[in-house]
Ligand binder design. Sequence first.
Ligand code: AMP
Length: 120
Amino acid sequence: MSYDKNNIFAKILRGEIPCNKVYEDEHVLAFKDIRPQAKVHALVIPKGAYVSAQDFGETASEQEIAAFHRAVAKVAKDLGVADTGYRLIANAGAHGHQEVPHYHVHILGGQPIGKMVNLP
Ligand code: AMP
């Protein structure tokens, strides 16, 4: 799947639409989800043009991958869920129900998140 430069997160990265930013560095941006599904719900995205977790894992540099995971841990700590716990979700592709085709991880916490998977 090729990268769609007009996806909503690409627009956020270009500053064309606003976001509620919680973290930024050279490789990573994190912001609050616009439709939160838990008391804490943030999204962490790489700045590079990666479609999905699969694309990121296969083609991103080691530096980008390291920066991404460091950022996830930092955001979790900054948002106050590192000690109480949280769930990371990376929806990928059709069966993963990925809606925005720019790789992102959801951080969900601030309350018990329930069981891991709800099949339809
Ligand atoms: P996914 O199904 O993993 O692709 O989830 C995409 C997420 O992006 C959803 O939780 C949306 O609420 C969120 N989202 C969509 N547009 C925006 C936006 N402009 N700012 C913040 N979050 C957004």
